[in-house]
Design a protein around this ligand. Sequence first.
Ligand SMILES: Cc1cc2nc3c(=O)[nH]c(=O)nc-3n(C[C@H](O)[C@H](O)[C@H](O)COP(=O)(O)O)c2cc1C
Length: 214
Amino acid sequence: MTTTTSNLLFVSSSLFNGQSKSREVAGEFIAGWRRTHAGGQVIERPLTPENIPHLSSETLAALGKAADVRTRDETKAVAFADSLIAEVEAADTLVIAAPMYNFTIPTTLKAWIDHIARAGRTFRYTAQGPEGLLKNKKVVVVVSRGGFYTTGPAPAASMNHQEPYLRTVLGFLGLTDVSFIEVEGQAIGPDVAGKGVEAARAAASMLAGLPRAA
Ligand SMILES: Cc1cc2nc3c(=O)[nH]c(=O)nc-3n(C[C@H](O)[C@H](O)[C@H](O)COP(=O)(O)O)c2cc1C
């Protein structure tokens, strides 16, 4: 049992709200995490098209300006991006629920990444190459998909631009302790979909270090 205060940040990005399988499986991991982290804090950042804008040219320009010359809108935009970064920095465990949309991640999750990937803060360029600055965090990514890309009939690994992309960009930011849980076959039919969720929930429980709750 871990006794120090721990922070888990949960970033979800499904358009299916309560029906989301990536969210359900991430919830299984988080339930197990809560049981092994007494007093641990869970912060949720549910991403929707309404609450996460694309990174705009205005925000990018504002980030390059000194705080005292920013307009009110620029100050607000920078404060929002700063708050997203601060949430990640404060977390020792990051859980990301990422459905596959058109072979990659949802645009809301990409917009979140565009906001948190900031040179000089979450990564930097050195003479030896880029260095990720988000270090010593455990990351669990639950990826859900309608089809099969890794196992089962007709795997289509070369069409999977979801998991390889996430592994690359998280690693670039210094997040190298990343575990993926796959929820596949969600568009194949209820039996296959149900088995996919069950297997993923069991993997999530195991990763949290616990047998499934009865
Ligand atoms: C807009 C959209 C695009 C999708 N594109 C793909 C895809 O390219 N490949 C795939 O296997 N499934 C695709 N799906 C199916 C989802 O990945 C699947 O339903 C998954 O369970 C969604 O995650 P969620 O249950 O957490 O929302 C797509 C679903 C939606 C809504």
